[in-house]
Ligand binder design. Structure first.
Ligand SMILES: Cc1cc2nc3c(=O)[nH]c(=O)nc-3n(C[C@H](O)[C@H](O)[C@H](O)COP(=O)(O)OP(=O)(O)OC[C@H]3O[C@@H](n4cnc5c(N)ncnc54)[C@H](O)[C@@H]3O)c2cc1C
Length: 565
C-alpha cells in the first residue's frame, strides 16, 4: 500500500508569506487584481492564475468570512428552480456538481435527499416524480444517480422521525454536500500554487486612476496598519453582499445592483434529531423549501430568506428567524420537539442576488451578471456556491478579451482548465481506494481513532502528509482539542503554516468549526489557542486580549436570539 497520492507540491501560506505577498502587491504590476476572497473571487483568481495571468487577490476580512462560509453547503442543481423554468441554471449547476466531485473528491460528497410528499402539498406526487425525471435528465452524462419513489410503508425503516400524518410517498434523489470554507481555501491554495499573490485582511478603499481609467486599487492592511497601492491592468470585483457598498465608495456610483436576502441556519446535535438522510420539503408556514441536512455528528437546519438592508458585517440571528425554523421543523419531525436548548449554534449570511423588483425574496433568480462599471473595473454579482467555477470562467473569458483589446496582453494558456485540474488536496484518482488506504494508515500506523481519520481525509485530502508533519512538530499534536470533536492540536500548526491564519477567529471559526460545533463555542480552550497563536504570530498581551474580545463578540452575534428583547 502506498501512503500517498500526492502529485503536486505543498504551498506554504504562513504569516511570513503573507508579509512577502504584501510587498509583492506593492511592487508588482498585475494583469488582474481580484477584490473579495469568497468563493467567487477564489474561483476567479485560480482561473486567472492557471491561464498564466499575473494575478492577485485581496480580502478585507478572512477568506470566506462573508457569505461563502454561511451557505447550506449543498452543491446542487436546485430542484426548486425547475418550477420557475430556470432550466439553463439547473443544467449548469448539475454539470458543475459532477465537476466539483471530480476535482475535489475529498471535499464534495454525494448525498441522497428525501422529499416527503403530503396530501396537503401544493404539488402532487406525479408532478414531483416528473420534475425529478427532468432533474436527472438535465445532468446528461454527468449523472450521480437516478431518483426513486419510496412507498409510505418503507419510510418507517428509512426515516422513522418524519411526520406520518397525510404522508403519501417519498421521493429520493441525489445531490452533493461540500464544506464551503474548504472549497474556498482549496481554490486559493491552487491559485497560490500557480503564482497568484493572495492576502487576507487587505481592504480595497479607493481606486487608482490615470487619464480617467482605473489602473489599480488603494488598499489598507489591517494587520500591519499600512496603506498599499496595487497596480493592475484590470480590477475584478467579487465582493458579494458588499458590492453596492464598494461601487458607492470606490466609484461614487449609487445605483442598486443587489437584492440582498438574509438566510440563517441552526446547528443541532444529531442525538436530538437522529435523521439518516437529508430531508427537503416546504415549510408549513409559507411553503418555502427548507432542508435538514446531517453534517458530521450534527444536523444543519435551514434556511430562512428575508430581504435585508442592514450592515453586511453584522448579521444577527434573530428570534423570529429561529422561531420560523423551529416551527417548520417541528412540523416535519413532531416527536423531536426541538427548542432553543437544542441549538448548538447558528450562522447567518446574505445572498448577493441580482437586483430584481416585483418578486418575493425566495423567487429572485440565482443567475449571475458581469458588469464593466468603469473602464478596467469589472464587477460580478449573483450566482451560487455550486456554479462558482463557471462564473469565474465567464469573468476571465471577458477579462481576456479586454486585456487583449486594450493592452495587447494574451495569456500563456488561453483555455480554461479549472474543470480538468484537481483542486489543492484533490489530486486523488481513486477516492474510495484513497479513503480505505488512509483510514488504515491513520488508524493502524498513527493510532488515530476513526472519527479523526475521517475528518483528516475529508478535510485535507492529499495534503495529509503535510498535516502529519505539523502534528509531529507539535508536542501534543495528536491530542484532541476538545473531547467530543475530532480536531487535534497539530491542526493549529498546519493552519498557521499553510492557510494564512491570522486571527483567533480565523482558526476557531473557519480553519476548524469549533465555534459552530461546540456548545460552548470553544470557550474552554480559546485562551490556550490564543496563547499558542500569540507565540507564533508575536502578539503582545494587549493584542491577545483584543483577539479574545473580537472572538467573543462573534459569539454574541450567533447567539443574539437568546437575549433579544
Ligand atoms: C443562507 C444561504 C444559503 C446558501 N446555500 C447555498 C447552497 O446550499 N448551495 C449553493 O450553491 N449556494 C448557496 N448559497 C449561495 C452562496 O453561498 C453564495 O452565492 C456565495 O457564497 C457568494 O459568494 P461570493 O464570493 O460572491 O460572496 P462572499 O462569500 O460574501 O465574498 C465576498 C467577499 O468580499 C469581501 N470584501 C467586501 N468588500 C471588500 C473590500 N472593500 N476589499 C476587499 N474585500 C472585500 C468580503 O469580506 C467577502 O469575503 C447560499 C447563500 C446563503 C446566504
Amino acid at each position: 500500500m502506498t501512503e500517498t497520492s500526492v502529485t503536486s507540491e505543498s504551498i506554504s501560506l504562513s504569516a511570513e508569506v503573507r508579509q512577502e505577498n504584501l510587498q509583492k502587491l506593492q511592487d508588482q504590476q498585475f494583469d488582474i487584481l481580484v477584490i473579495g476572497g469568497g468563493i467567487t473571487g477564489a474561483g476567479i483568481v485560480r482561473d486567472a492564475a492557471l491561464r498564466g495571468y499575473r494575478t492577485a487577490l485581496i480580502e478585507k476580512d478572512d477568506f470566506a468570512a462573508g457569505t461563502s462560509s454561511k451557505s447550506a453547503k449543498l452543491v446542487h442543481g436546485g430542484f426548486r428552480y425547475l418550477k420557475s423554468l430556470e432550466f439553463g441554471l439547473v443544467h449548469e449547476a448539475l454539470m458543475e456538481r459532477k465537476t466539483l466531485l471530480d476535482i475535489a473528491p475529498h471535499l464534495v460528497r454525494p448525498i441522497q435527499c428525501l422529499l416527503p410528499i403530503y396530501k396537503t402539498d401544493a404539488d402532487p406526487s406525479w408532478m414531483i416524480h416528473l420534475g425529478l425525471f427532468l432533474y436527472d435528465w438535465l445532468s446528461f452524462t454527468k449523472s450521480i444517480g437516478r431518483h426513486q419513489m419510496i412507498s409510505k410503508k418503507e419510510i418507517e425503516e428509512i426515516e422513522p422521525l418524519l411526520r406520518k400524518e397525510g404522508l403519501q410517498q417519498i421521493a429520493q434523489y441525489y445531490d452533493c454536500q461540500a464544506d464551503d470554507f474548504w472549497l474556498v481555501m482549496a481554490n486559493l491554495q491552487s491559485a497560490a500554487q500557480n503564482q497568484a499573490i493572495i492576502a487576507n485582511y487587505v481592504k480595497a478603499v479607493d481606486i487608482l486612476k490615470e487619464d480617467g481609467k482605473v489602473v489599480g486599487i488603494q488598499a489598507y492592511d489591517s494587520i500591519t496598519d499600512t496603506s498599499i497601492s496595487i497596480r493592475s491592468r484590470v480590477v475584478a470585483c467579487a465582493a458579494g453582499p458588499w458590492s453596492d457598498q464598494l461601487r458607492q465608495n470606490l466609484l461614487k456610483d449609487t445605483q442598486q445592483g443587489l437584492r440582498q436576502t438574509k438566510g440563517i441556519h441552526l446547528i443541532i446535535h444529531r442525538d436530538n434529531l437522529p435523521i439518516n438522510y437529508p430531508v427537503v420539503g416546504p415549510a408549513v408556514q409559507d411553503r418555502r423549501p427548507i432542508f435538514a441536512i446531517p453534517w458530521k455528528k450534527f444536523v444543519v437546519l435551514g434556511t430562512t430568506e428575508t430581504d435585508y438592508d442592514g450592515d453586511p458585517d453584522r448579521i444577527l440571528t434573530e428570534r423570529s428567524d429561529v422561531d420560523y425554523l423551529l416551527v417548520a421543523f417541528n412540523h416535519f419531525f413532531p416527536n423531536a420537539k426541538l427548542n432553543y436548548d437544542h441549538i448548538v449554534s447558528t450562522f447567518a449570511g446574505l445572498r448577493p442576488l441580482i437586483f430584481e423588483t416585483g418578486k418575493d425574496a425566495s423567487s429572485v433568480t440565482r443567475e449571475y451578471q458581469i458588469l464593466e462599471d468603469h473602464q478596467n473595473f469589472f464587477m460580478i454579482t449573483g450566482g451560487k456556491l455550486t456554479t462558482y467555477r463557471t462564473m469565474a470562467k465567464a469573468m476571465i473569458d471577458r477579462l481576456s478579451k479586454h486585456l487583449k483589446s486594450s493592452f495587447g496582453i494574451s495569456p500563456t494558456n488561453p483555455d480554461c482548465v479549472t474543470d480538468k485540474l484537481p483542486l489543492y488536496g484533490g489530486d486523488i484518482p481513486d477516492y474510495p481506494q484513497f479513503f480505505d488506504d488512509w483510514t488504515k494508515t491513520l488508524t493502524h500506523k498513527y493510532n488515530f481513532d476513526l472519527e479523526i481519520a475521517e475528518h483528516f481525509i475529508e478535510t485535507y485530502g492529499s495534503r495529509i502528509p503535510d498535516l502529519l508533519q505539523a502534528i509531529q512538530e507539535t508536542a501534543d499534536g495528536q491530542e484532541r482539542m476538545l473531547p467530543n470533536l475530532p480536531y487535534v492540536w497539530g491542526e493549529l500548526k498546519y493552519a498557521l503554516k499553510y492557510e494564512i491564519t491570522m486571527t483567533l477567529s480565523d482558526f476557531l471559526i473557519r480553519r476548524t468549526h469549533l465555534f459552530s460545533l461546540d456548545p460552548k463555542q470553544a470557550l474552554d480552550i480559546h485562551e490556550s489557542v490564543a496563547n499558542r497563536m500569540g507565540k507564533y504570530l508575536g502578539w503582545s498581551k494587549a493584542e491577545k486580549q483584543a483577539q479574545i474580545e473580537t472572538y467573543k463578540s462573534k459569539i454574541k452575534i450567533i447567539q443574539y436570539f437568546r437575549e433579544e428583547q
